[in-house]
Design a protein around this ligand. Structure first.
Ligand code: PMP
Length: 371
């Protein structure tokens, strides 16, 4: 069951959706951070069509040049030594495999995660996700729950990690909890604690990665390098894909069959991802996300938003009223935004190509609603 937005889109272009009545909607939600290069970018669409016509699919039983090219591309743009890549089909699956990798590497079971963290709906990822109902689901599956460290509590992080801990998993900028940019000192403390005790540091960049937060990886933006990094959502701009990018040290003990996926790294999603990464680079979308993010932040504060959290184009507008009310009033103006688990936070995750004009339209809508 899903809480649905009051629009039935039939077409998309850039930051805009067209509904079944031909009306245009401004999408500041980006299909949940997926439409990194906007909806149906012509280069991405062409790459998908061409690859589908060449070879729709073959499994990982064969080497495909696009899978290799995408793995090499990710290895080149992630901070060293993150260079080993495994492809799967979603964010949860990427995190599931990252946890599996950490447990296999360390021979330990305990995971440390962070309050407000959200990592997926598989049994293992639910067990590390914060929230009573997720923990309840994990408990029903018999999976041990993670130790939850309060966000930004350096001393608690230092105390939680010891020689029994396989991994610390953290979103450098938390998405669902309201675009919460964790303190760099806290992420550094997680790095130090993992180093001191031989635990694996996992950054879940499913929502905050792929150019959204100031660099291709949030890891680069915050200057802390994890041992494992996961991407999904925006990586192929709409085709299902997940990627686990790890250091050779963490993957050294893997043997044949430890990780696997039938569909993971198929030729069509890889073609889409490569085209998507080309567009991000060629159109300077990482810089655009920083610039437009700063513009939206300043504008929102000028219109009475109390505080803006997040980085780049993953922003949390902290309001003096329920965000759901503001979201509804913006829907009435055909503007799509997101809410968060914090009921006072309106979440913005537009395409990285969001323009200054589109930002101004959003801010004008917001000004009307908040006046
Ligand atoms: N991690 C984070 C930070 C997410 O935001 C999400 C999706 N909201 C996931 C993991 C799970 O991704 P998926 O829905 O593709 O399984």
């Amino acid at each position: 069951m899903y809480a649905e937005f009051p629009i039935r889109p039939v077409r998309g272009r850039g930051s805009w959706l067209i509904d079944e009545n031909g009306l245009e909607w401004l999408d500041a939600y980006g299909g949940h951070a997926v439409a990194a290069t906007g909806h149906s970018h012509p280069d991405v669409v062409r790459a998908i069509a061409e690859q589908a016509g060449e070879l729709l699919f073959y499994s990982t039983a064969v080497r495909h040049p696009l899978r290799i090219a995408l793995a090499e591309r990710l290895a080149a743009i992630c901070p060293a030594p993150l260079e080993r890549v495994f492809f799967c089909n979603s964010g949860a699956e990427a995190n599931e495999n990252a946890l599996h990798l950490a447990r296999k590497h360390t021979g330990r079971r305990t995971i440390v995660s962070v309050t407000g963290g959200w990592h997926g709906r598989t049994a293992a990822t639910l067990a590390v996700t914060d929230g009573a109902r997720y923990e309840e689901s994990a408990r029903r599956s018999g999976i041990p729950l993670s130790l939850k460290v309060p966000a930004d509590d350096v001393a608690a992080m230092e105390a939680a990690v010891d020689a029994s801990v396989a991994a610390v998993i953290v979103e450098p900028v938390q998405g669902l909890s309201g675009a919460r940019d964790l303190a760099v000192e806290f992420l550094q403390a997680a790095r130090r604690a993992c180093d001191a005790h031989g635990a694996v540091l996992i950054f879940d960049e499913v929502q905050c990665g792929v150019g959204r937060c100031g660099a291709f990886s949030a890891a680069e933006a915050v200057g802390v390098t994890p041992d494992v990094l996961t991407f999904a959502k925006g990586l192929a701009a709409g085709l299902p894909i997940g990627a686990v990018v790890a250091t050779p040290g963490v993957t050294a003990g893997l043997t044949l069959g430890d990780l696997g996926s039938t569909f993971g790294g198929g030729p069509v999603p890889c073609a889409a991802a490569l085209a998507n990464l080309d567009v991000i680079e060629r159109e300077g979308l990482i810089d655009n996300a920083v610039k437009i993010g700063a513009w939206l932040t300043a504008g929102a504060l000028a219109h009475g938003v109390r505080r803006v959290s997040g980085r780049g184009l993953l922003l949390g507008l902290h309001l003096d009223r329920p965000a759901a009310e503001v979201q509804r009033a913006l829907f009435d103006r055909r503007i799509i935004t997101g809410t968060a688990s914090d009921p006072a936070v309106l979440r913005l995750l537009p395409p990285l190509s969001f323009s200054a004009r589109e930002a101004d339209l959003l801010l004008a809508g917001l000004a009307e609603v908040l006046q």
